[in-house]
Design a protein. Sequence first.
Length: 310
Amino acid sequence: MHRNGLAAWAALLTGTLVGTLIGCSPGGAGQAVPVAATASPPSSGEASASAPDEEVSVDRDDALAKALKPLLPDGDTRVSVAVAALDGATDGAVYDGTSAFDTASIVKVDILSALLLRAQDAGRELTPQERAYATAMIENSDNASATALWEAIGGADGLDAANLTLGLTGTRAGAGGEWGLTQTTAEDQLTLLRAVFGTESAEDAEGAESADSGLSEASRAYVAGLMGRIASDQRWGVSAATDSASVCALKNGWLPRSATGLWDINSVGRVSVGGKRYLVSVLSDGNTTKEAGVALVEGAAKAAVAVLTG
């Protein structure tokens, strides 16, 4: 993990940045995303090997890689993507899912999950002050609230311990209080999303898969609820892939690196397309501007969901 000193951290702590906004609203998923075919169609004289109702086997990782290729800019920009259907009925897809990236503010979901695990272990509810911090941290991405809860969970050691319970194997907490420089992977972020959204009520998602994350049903509902009420100026990222604003829930992260002038742009959350729900994590770094990073993340999210729905 490279570190950029106090200047980079001061940039993170300045608060919410306002950029190009794309909300949790219909229309994002309706835009066609080119997904390369994985097999040639049969010629006019060749019979199909599959019965009419039989699903054709698809290498979705390969399809995702092909879909992302035209979206990647020249230069040092990197992107990592993981997507899965919430009901588990369809295989997911991953692109470079194990490479490490700075979390920036998406770690706030992890911090809140760690706080809830500690509260559960102590057999208590969150205090009014903790709830106030949690609301500001998730809905408004408030950094001071994140720092307060980071200290409440025991800092880096507390986050790493919670991640053992949550099943995150490739995430390492930022040292020296620099929670935004926690390192994570797209696959780990998908694991965290499953911990939050993997079990839902029958009213919300009939037949949704269960999760054994350590988080109670009440804790999962609490985190999901906050992620569903993100401030309007931060409704961009994976939300571009949804066609139902009512079930969109997300958390974004953005961080300019002082040593390079380039941006980390990340987005994780749950989206809905055609009445089905999907978990999506997109991590990126080396973006020339925040706007370029947002466009890349949104294009990648749409491509990832299209691989599973197309």
